[in-house]
Design a protein around this ligand. Sequence first.
Ligand code: ADP
Ligand code: MG
Length: 702
Amino acid sequence: MPEFLDQDIKFLPGVGPRRASLLNSELKIFTFRDLLYYFPFKYVDRTRFYNIKEIDSKLPYIQVKGRITGTEVVGEGRSQRLVAFFTDGTGILELVWFKGIKYVRSTLNTTKQYVVFGKPTEFNGQYNIVHPELEEADNQQGKQVQGYIQAFYNTTEKLKKGFLNSKAILKLQQNLFPLAKGKLKETLPAWLVEKYHLLSLPEAIGNIHFPQNPNALRKAEYRLKFEELFYIQLKILHLKADRQTKFRGHPFTIIGDYFNEFFHNHLPFELTGAQKRVIKEIRKDVGSGKQMNRLLQGDVGSGKTMVGLMTMLMALDNGFQSSMMAPTEILANQHYDSIKKFLGNMSVNVRLLTGSTKKSERKEIHEQLENGELHILIGTHALLEEKVKFKNLGMVIVDEQHRFGVAQRARLWRKNYVPPHVLVMTATPIPRTLAMTVYGDLDVSVIDELPPGRKPIKTMHYFENNRKKVYDFMRKEIEIGRQIYMVYPLISESEKMDFKNLEEGYKHIKTAFPEPKYHVSMVHGKMRPKDKDAEMMRFKNGETNIMVATTVIEVGVDVPNASVMIIESTERFGLSQLHQLRGRVGRGAEQSFCILMSKYKLGAESRKRIETMVATNDGFEIAEADMKLRGPGDIEGTQQSGMAFDMKIANLAKDGQILQYARDIATDILTEDPALAKPENNLLRKQLIALRKNHLNWSSIS
Ligand code: ADP
Ligand code: MG
């Protein structure tokens, strides 16, 4: 005999085999417990009764108690309707039915008191409610109907056909809850429930389905959201602590000559406060004897490369090699060039390894890596090849993290017996709540400050029909020596779509900006990498004025003289992608511009995205807006994590505060009792073990 709550849903009064199979297939409700944990998606407050004389058509819903004084069928054909005259002594309200006229009329009784609920509309100074909900004010037990908050449940077409609409589900909850109430075992430790003034589980479940009042509903939601987020955090933090005891890291105990020499004699600018803070965070981490797993978030242009370099110098001071991996050859080249330049005449051996590295050079690099002569290796995926063996790899830096697959990162990790420290740098800001959840077992550093002297990029929105103005502006900018990116969303026209594709755009631009006065280049993803790089170099060297491109230029390319970014068919791009694209400009001293072109008719979401881009340059704000628009499950990087995104009640876009609170409490508990061995944490340990059963091993991924 299964436990009461684990019983098959078909045994619940009012369900039976046919409805049970619908509940199984449509809502994944298999047991009594599943039904109790099927939470409403909204509520309508029916606690308040109005007087008819108070009615106002601005009210979304009203509820009135009164009597029916008479009925009348008026109109003919399709406009035929039943009108019932309803009064509470303060006025008259008309109740109107267009359907089921005969049946409704036969049920109405002028001797009874009713509660009427619905949306009031005004017609000729008279208020009426079409198809109201009507209930007898005295129920069977002779008690007066009380005001209540009504829960609404998501259903599907199939469920509705099986007579399982929201109201029917509520009825099932009403059948189940009184039986289940005494059998619901508390899932949080008693001390925690008491200390943080949470509702007990039965109270919370009861009030989530049948709230006694708005306050009780709020408390029920809070308790259930807290619990959900708390266990996710406890699980993540417990895993992290576990990993840190299992995997010792190389302790970098000293800050030595390389770091100091660089800091005092080679640093070409003063570090920003944020850069200094992050370097300190990293230093503390790598000195601790635990393996560092840190995510460094910083908007485009915030100076992550310098942080990466100084981190690698710490490794070198402690006798370790480092590697820095970039997602494209062009970026690897760029890192190599700037790091060589930063280091100047310091005796640090830095090499570059990419797909185009010559065989002889490659051999030399392999040798130097194995005998330890090579200090810093910069490169692309080529770094992951079997042949690349380090003597003592102590630090791995991965740039632009979202370009790399999880499996690839795991391969770098395995290059050593003692895993190297890992610093993942990303310019795609992740909202805090997501970072705490998806990357919750990583430590997160944030560079939230741009180097001084940058002029914020000016962003403007133009409709297609103002193209001429945009071209005039482009000519003026070219005149004063600037370069321009133009980005298109497609490579070739696959379907009959009404937006410009790249090749067409290219031809068009060539005509509007003709040789020999102007030079235009084009890059796209279908080109051979060699040709692509050659075109990029032409632009970088200032040989071309305009770079027509697809999103291949999205990632980290640095051309300080390019100060205008024009995005075609902006409505086709996601917010984070737009922000990345915009980050290609604003790297030099001149005022930069981002021009968003779009068609005239825009959907609400596209409009919101464009407005957000025009309103702010802040990557974190944009990430938050993106999450609110699309929902946490659609944000880049979350799908692959498999981490608890089927949350039942908490919402990462809205419940950041509860999340932070839950995380802090989980942290405190684990600090005091890392193994959850104390008797009062017994329940927590058991819940964790249950949660681990469906756990994906995220610990060795970064
Ligand atoms: P990202 O974070 O996008 O990778 P980069 O590391 O490419 O940014 O830095 C962008 C530019 O800003 C580079 O030219 C870099 O040399 C410069 N830079 C970095 N830090 C500072 C600073 N503290 N002061 C002035 N310029 C800086
Ligand atoms: Mg970068």
